[in-house]
Design a protein around this ligand. Structure first.
Ligand code: PBG
Length: 325
């Protein structure tokens, strides 16, 4: 057969396949989400997220040793407070669990990049991401507390803050407040395009943050919308966001792509808890090859345009990438 174009020529062996590979997954892409809580010597596995734990501060520090040894550059911290209240006061308490964890992490591992999730839902008794009055979520009063939260985290030593609440105007308010007190060098990674998703189920078990009434649809976005997401991203960019998160990731590749194309900022794909749980469950059954599926999923996010990958698979991925075979 006379064929001028034969694409298979460039697939003939691993050497040429590697040479023409377009996208690469690297350990420097990874951000590892971790849960810290009160207690001592405790490490409680989250039932729907095998391999992911709620750490007390001492076991958290031990876990960081492994994160650093694997050369994962960054962690994203979530806190589970001892007690919750209507105002979510544990979120902006100087002695709050995340603030303590940040201080500890930075003291022992100054080069580990520590990012903090800025939200109230892990700290409120009702489980919503904002203040509640007569069953509705108050936007502006919540924004004040989020700014307060971000400041207390930056003061504890956080390298970057990541607001995940989806209140209007919070990125601008956080930027302004951080700048006012001399933290103009702290970047904001904004959960700009965050959907009201069924994929957060296991996280809410991990953080004990399931809303006690209603749902999050009055602040997180409708999964049917993309133009709206681009408007959300545009607002956060105007307000000073440095990095944009698209969340969840697997079913939202179009948005990763469009955000990257339109704004050209660094984009982080959040490979969320439910995505992790599905892969873990199927792998435990022997139905899929976990390593292949995870690496394929993450490269898909990079192909779509993600620069950074927030993923619970980070430790495994770092091990797989670092393995010499
Ligand atoms: C807090 C927050 C959530 C996640 C990240 N930050 C939960 C939610 O919005 O309900 C979800 C992360 C995951 O599912 O892995 N607002």
């Amino acid at each position: 057969m006379q064929l001028i174009k034969r694409p298979r020529r460039l697939r003939i062996n691993e050497v040429i396949r590697t040479m023409v590979r377009e996208h690469h997954l690297m350990v420097t892409d990874l951000i590892y989400p971790m849960f810290v809580t009160y207690g001592e010597s405790s490490k409680t596995e989250i039932p729907s997220m095998p391999g992911i734990y709620q750490y007390s501060l001492d076991t958290f520090l031990l876990a960081l040793k492994e994160v650093v040894a694997l050369k994962i550059p960054a962690v994203l911290l979530f806190g589970i407070p001892e007690t919750k209240d209507e105002m979510g006061s544990g979120a902006y308490d100087e002695q709050g669990i995340v603030q303590q964890a940040v201080r500890l992490a930075k003291k022992h591992y100054p080069n580990l990049y520590v990012i903090t999730d800025v939200c109230l839902c892990e700290y409120t008794s009702h489980g919503h991401c904002g203040l509640v009055e007569d069953g509705t979520i108050l936007n502006d009063a919540t924004v004040d507390l989020l700014a307060k939260t971000a400041i207390s985290q930056a003061q504890a030593g956080a390298d970057m803050v990541a607001p995940s609440d989806m209140m209007d105007g919070r990125v601008g308010a956080i930027r302004e407040t951080l700048d006012l007190i001399g933290f103009c060098h702290i970047p904001i990674m904004s959960y700009a395009a965050k959907y009201a998703s069924g994929f957060y189920g296991p996280f809410r078990e991990a953080a004990g943050s399931t809303p006690q009434f209603g749902d999050r649809r009055s602040y997180q976005m409708d999964p049917a919308n993309t133009d709206e997401a681009l408007r959300e991203v545009a607002l956060d960019v105007e307000e000073g966001a440095d990095i944009i998160i698209v969340k969840p990731a697997m079913a939202y590749g179009d948005l990763i792509y469009r955000t990257k194309q339109r704004f050209g900022l660094p984009v982080a794909a959040y490979n969320v808890s439910g995505e992790y749980a599905m892969v873990k469950a199927a792998a435990a059954q022997g139905w899929i090859d976990e390593e292949r599926i995870v690496l394929e999923t993450l490269i898909g996010m990079k192909r779509a345009g993600a620069d950074l990958l927030i993923t619970y698979h980070a430790l495994d991925v770092a091990r797989w990438l670092g393995r010499e075979d």
